[in-house]
Ligand binder design. Structure first.
Ligand code: GDP
Ligand code: MG
Length: 370
C-alpha cells in the first residue's frame, strides 16, 4: 500500500519503536507508534540503519521429537526390519520386488488382494519383513533429504550378466552415507552369460567384500524372474535384522513417515505412511508434515481395513485435511486441537525456512513488506 505503521517498521528493523520515533523526529517527521508513515520516510529510516538489516528467525527444534513420549528400555519390543531395494536401471529391482511380494502371504491372509500402498510386508519363519516398494533412488534420496530415516537394510541389486554400473555405485554410496547395512542380490543368475564372481570382484573395489573372501558383506545369488534364491535372500535379511536387534515401543502414540500421498477423487487426501514408533489407531488425531487430521480409515497392504497399526507397519490412511509430501514426518497427538495447532506452527516454520533461517532484509525486501 505504500505505508506502514511506525511500530511495524520498528519490529521489522528489530529496533525499539521509541528509537525509530526519535529518528523520525530528527528527520522532521512527527510520528506516534500507531501512525502510518509513507514510503519515503520508511526508506529514510531504513537507510539510517544501513541498507541491509539482519532479521533473525529462530529455528525451533522439531516438534515431533519434542512431543514424542519417551521410551523405557523395557517398553522396546522387536519390530520387523524395513528394507529398500536399490540398483542400476534394468538390473531387476521391480521384478525382484514383485517376486518377493508373491513369495509369501501370511497364512490367514492368503488370497487377499495386494494393494499398492507404498510398502508391503512378507512373512518368513513366522517373522515379518517390510519392503518399501518404491524402487529406485528417488524415494530413498528424497526421504533422506527431508531428514527421514525409514530404511534399516538396503538390498543392492546387480545383474550378473552386466556389472557394477553408475547407479550401483550411487546406491552403495547412499547406503553407506545413511549407515545402513547392505545385502547384495546378484540377480539374473538364470542367464547363461551370468557371472556372479565378476560382480563380487567389482564390488570389492567399493568396500563390499563377500564373507567367503574374508569380508563381511552378504551376497545372495537370485533370479527374480525364475524366482530362484528368494527364500535365501529373505533369510539373510532376517539374519541382519537379528544382529541389529531392531526395536520399537508399540505402546504409545504413533510416529512415522509419509511414504506417498495423493488426492484421491473418491476418498479425498490419502497418505501411505510407515508407522515407526507406537501404534496408530482409528480416530487418532495426527499431524503429517504441515497437515492435520483424524484417522478415518486404515487399509493394509492386503487391502484389508484394519483398526490399528504398530511399528514397521505400512498403512494407507484417510482423514486428512490436505495432502502432505513424501518424506514428511507423521505423528499422532492427544487431540485434534493440539494437532491443528502443531500443523499451523509447522506451516509457519516452513514458510520461514523457505525465506532462509537468517534473512538479510534489503531495501527491496522492505518494499515487499509494504
Ligand atoms: P529395474 O529397472 O531395476 O526395475 O528392472 P526390471 O525389474 O524392470 O527388469 C528389467 C528387465 O530384466 C526386465 O525385462 C525383466 O524381465 C528382466 N529381469 C529381471 N530379473 C531377471 C532375472 O532374474 N532373470 C532374467 N533373465 N531377466 C530378469
Ligand atoms: Mg523398475
Amino acid at each position: 500500500r505504500g505505508t506502514m505503521t511506525v511500530g511495524d517498521l520498528a519490529k521489522l528493523l528489530h529496533k525499539d519503536a521509541s528509537e525509530v520515533i526519535k529518528k523520525l523526529i530528527s528527520l522532521g517527521i512527527m510520528a506516534t507508534i500507531n501512525q502510518e508513515i509513507e514510503m519515503e520516510a520508511i526508506l529514510l529510516i531504513a537507510a539510517e540503519y544501513g541498507s541491509e538489516v539482519e532479521v533473525k528467525i529462530p529455528v525451533e527444534e522439531d516438534d515431533f521429537e519434542k512431543d514424542e513420549e519417551k521410551d523405557e528400555e523395557a517398553d522396546l519390543l522387536p519390530r520387523p526390519p524395513v528394507v529398500t531395494i536399490m540398483g542400476h536401471v534394468d538390473h531387476g529391482k521391480t521384478t525382484l520386488l514383485d517376486a518377493i511380494r508373491k513369495t509369501n502371504v501370511t497364512g490367514g491372509e492368503a488370497g487377499g488382494i495386494t494393494q499398492h500402498i507404498g510398502a508391503y510386508q512378507v512373512e518368513i519363519n513366522q517373522k515379518k519383513i517390510t519392503f518399501l516398494d518404491t524402487p529406485g533412488h528417488e524415494a530413498f534420496t528424497l526421504m533422506r533429504a527431508r531428514g527421514a530415516q525409514v530404511t534399516d537394510i538396503t538390498i543392492i541389486v546387480v545383474a550378473a550378466d552386466d556389472g557394477v554400473m553408475p547407479q550401483t555405485v550411487e546406491a552403495v554410496n547412499h547406503a553407506k552415507a545413511a549407515g545402513v547395512p547392505i545385502i547384495v542380490a546378484v540377480n539374473k543368475i538364470d542367464k547363461p552369460e551370468a557371472n556372479p564372481d565378476k560382480i563380487k570382484q567389482e564390488l570389492t573395489e567399493y568396500g563390499l567384500v563377500p564373507e567367503e573372501w574374508g569380508g563381511d558383506t552378504i551376497f545372495v545369488n537370485v533370479s527374480a524372474k525364475q524366482r530362484i534364491g528368494l527364500e535365501g535372500l529373505l533369510e539373510m535379511i532376517l539374519l541382519v535384522a537379528e544382529v541389529n536387534d531392531y526395536k520399537a515401543n508399540p505402546d504409545k502414540r504413533a510416529r512415522g513417515t509419509v511414504i506417498e500421498a495423493e488426492l484421491d477423487k473418491g476418498k479425498g487426501p490419502v497418505a501411505r505412511i510407515l508407522v515407526q514408533h507406537g501404534t496408530l489407531k482409528i480416530g487418532d488425531a495426527f499431524v503429517a508434515g504441515n497437515c492435520f487430521g483424524r484417522v478415518r480409515a486404515m487399509v493394509n497392504d492386503r487391502g484389508r481395513r484394519i483398526k490399528e497399526a504398530g511399528p514397521s507397519t505400512p498403512v494407507e490412511i484417510t482423514g486428512l485435511t490436505e495432502v502432505p509430501q513424501a518424506g514428511d514426518p507423521f505423528m499422532a497427538f492427544e487431540d485434534e486441537r493440539k494437532a491443528r495447532a502443531i500443523a499451523e506452527r509447522r506451516a509457519i516454520k516452513h514458510r520461514q525456512s523457505e525465506l532462509g533461517a537468517n534473512t538479510r532484509v534489503t531495501l527491496d525486501d522492505l518494499y515487499k513488506h509494504i
